[in-house]
Ligand binder design. Structure first.
Ligand code: NAD
Length: 438
């Protein structure tokens, strides 16, 4: 099958490379000429484990190529995916659909024969109807069916998620489109693919409901962590104690600095805007957003507490900048608000991240200094702050750290280490929802 993928970012490139790996012929298209030039030279514009090898293999097999212009690929394709960004619209928090509609217009202008246009971008309920309208306006005679197929992959584990998904949701009321989508995903059926067909609007809403639920779970355990700190309980045991209940499930119950990333913040916000617009406000999701926003700002106080309130002129060594490990994505990372807060408090900030430093430099204030590794940034710092739980920070040599830090202070926002062990090593240790002695 011929596939055109419009938008070659985290979702488009991974999905395109995986479809190619399943044997389809895929052209990934992007307006960003720099990105396409890199890919044509065999370089990968993002960090995603395993992606370089997957892209190289499928390019070599002649199943994957790249273009800045969609004309040829769309003409030949039976399925055209829209995988462009849908960021928060400045000012009101609605999803900005301008990239989606622009792509739809371009597709409509050149499509030939029956073409299934698949919206993979996360879009508010009803967007499929709008995409259809845009296409009809551009080319009334085009034989196009618009389908919703939201993506659930996680950055850092994207290839595995795409190839072995918990479920694939396809929203369409059109039997012709349904059989094309079934054929497209057929190669996954060896893994007993749970392919779920629904109405288009339902499919669009499933994506937002899923992200809102996960954001709520994280926020719930974060508030429990705050309570644990006040009453002398251990949030990790609380999480385990409730997570072993199958009705709750153990995942997404790790207390930390608040959720971030390229999806949860913008998607929860867009969902509440949609709901407000139709007069059915989602109070729980609105509260989740508010609680998380406050948390991201307040979490820097842990550094202040660990340093006995004396932070001005002192140096924080930040370990981890990306919103989670195994990605270079800095969008809405909790590190951004933490670092801003520390700088505002008059601290000097030195930072290290295994993959995110190029992206971090683009979005962090110029005052931030960067080091070459955890021990490099720790040299003469007043405290170590773990913001992202990269493997590289999971087995630090604390004797060495103690020797190079100005004072042995560790703020562990991901609960990697054990409070009692850190106390034995002579560290002032702050974590999330876990008192020393437990
Ligand atoms: P991204 O910013 O990494 O990539 C989007 C790409 O689209 C950019 O490279 C941009 O240049 C390109 N683009 C924009 N308009 C274009 C056009 N008209 N023609 C060609 N290219 C165009 O975004 P992403 O993280 O891949 O997210 C894409 C969508 O998938 C979003 O709606 C997002 O919410 C959703 N999503 C993302 C993830 C994730 O983990 N990143 C997971 C699930 C869903």
């Amino acid at each position: 099958m011929r596939v055109a993928m419009i938008g070659t970012g985290y979702v488009g490139l991974v999905s395109g490379a995986c479809f190619a790996d399943f044997g389809h012929h895929v052209t990934c298209i992007d307006k960003d000429a720099g990105k396409i030039a890199m890919l044509r030279e065999g370089r990968i514009p993002i960090f995603e484990p395993g992606l370089d090898e997957l892209v190289a293999r499928n390019c070599a097999a002649g199943r994957l190529d790249f273009d800045t212009d969609l004309t040829r690929a769309v003409k030949e394709a039976e399925t055209v995916f829209i995988a462009v960004g849908t960021p928060s619209r400045r000012g009101d928090g609605h999803a900005d659909l301008s990239y989606v509609f622009a792509a739809a217009r371009e597709i409509a202008a050149v499509a030939e024969g029956f073409t299934v246009v698949v919206t993979k971008s996360t879009v508010p309920v009803g967007t499929g109807d709008e995409v259809e309208r845009v296409i009809r306006e551009t080319r009334p005679e085009a034989d196009i069916s618009v389908v919703s197929n939201p993506e659930f992959l996680r950055e850092g584990a994207a290839i595995e998620d795409f190839k072995r998904p918990d479920r694939v949701v396809v929203g369409t009321e059109d039997p012709r489109a349904r059989s094309v989508m079934a054929a497209l995903y057929r190669p996954l059926s060896l893994n007993q693919l749970p392919l779920m067909f629904t109405a288009r609007r339902t499919s669009e809403l499933i994506k937002y409901a899923g992200n809102a639920f996960l954001a709520m779970k994280i926020t719930f355990i974060n508030e429990m962590a705050d309570l644990c700190e006040q009453v002398g309980a251990n949030v990790q045991d609380v999480a385990r104690g409730i997570g072993l209940d199958n009705r709750i499930g153990a995942k997404f119950l790790h207390a930390g600095p608040g959720y971030g990333g390229s999806c949860f913040p913008k998607d929860t916000l867009a969902l509440t805007r949609t709901a407000q617009q139709v007069g059915t406000p989602l109070r729980i999701v609105e509260t989740v957003i508010a609680v998380n926003d406050v948390r991201k700002l307040a979490i820097a106080r842990k550094v202040e507490k660990a340093l006995g309130g004396q932070v001005r002129g002192r140096t924080a060594a930040i370990l981890g900048l990306t919103f989670k490990p195994n990605t270079d994505d800095m969008r809405d990372s909790p590190a951004l608000s933490i670092i801003h807060a520390l700088l505002d408090k008059g601290m000097r900030v030195r930072a290290f991240d295994p993959e995110g430093m190029d992206e971090a430099r683009k979005v962090l204030p110029a005052a931030v200094e960067y080091g070459t590794g955890p021990y490099d940034v720790a040299q003469d710092a007043d405290c170590l702050v773990i913001v992202t739980e990269w493997d590289a920070f999971r087995a630090l040599d604390f004797d060495r750290m103690k020797a190079i830090l100005r004072q042995p202070v560790l703020v562990d926002l991901r609960n990697i280490y054990v409070p009692d062990q850190m106390a034995q090593l002579g560290f002032v240790y702050e974590s999330v929802g876990r008192p020393v002695g437990q």
